[in-house]
Write a protein that binds this ligand. Structure first.
Ligand code: ADP
Length: 158
């Protein structure tokens, strides 16, 4: 099945219930690759019921990082963010699952790891507000844009 979103119907007590199978874009940030934690973070992703349907390791260029985080261009931390994202390789991924965007945000935890819930990736692995281990799309539109920035259609095998 192709397409960004598809619906799967399951029958509970003979009443069909629609569950949205969705895709989201994920990055394992430089603090994860540097500390050799890609497997540990992927284990958390898979334990949350998300499937890694595309994945590659890339060293972002400055231009790629500036485009990716363009929405933050005017923020005081933008320079630091671009430096951090280009300092070491990252792993870019497409994740698929039921309500994948929210499901991944839940397992990621809050942006500030000190405020992240127990058991989340950021609570357990992040170093700081900047080096917070993972990126996950925040809405269907941004997920589609981010996936298209990093993957050709034939690299995504759902
Ligand atoms: P999220 O990644 O949780 O969606 P944002 O979109 O607000 O968070 O920010 C994007 C990224 O910018 C964060 O994940 C983090 O790496 C970095 N960042 C955000 N706020 C700060 C800050 N105050 N200081 C340093 N880096 C920050």
């Amino acid at each position: 099945l192709r397409g960004y979103k598809r619906r799967v119907f399951v029958s509970i007590h003979k009443r069909p219930v629609a569950m949205a199978v969705q895709r989201t874009f994920s990055i394992l940030k430089p603090d994860v690759t540097r500390r050799n934690l890609t497997g540990a973070v992927n284990a958390r992703i898979e334990a949350a019921g998300l499937r890694i349907i595309a994945q590659k390791r890339v060293h972002m260029t400055r231009a790629q990082a500036e485009t990716f985080y363009g929405v933050h261009r005017e923020r005081p931390f933008f320079g630091e963010l671009v430096e951090m994202m280009t300092a070491a390789p990252v792993v870019v991924q497409v994740l698929e699952g039921e309500d994948a965007i929210l499901a991944y945000r839940a397992v990621m935890g809050a942006t500030n790891p000190e405020k992240a819930d127990a058991g989340t990736i950021r609570k357990d692995f992040a170093i700081s507000m900047g080096e917070n281990s993972v990126h996950g799309s925040d809405a269907p539109e941004t997920a589609a844009q981010e996936i298209a920035q990093w993957f050709a259609g034939n690299e995504i095998v759902g």
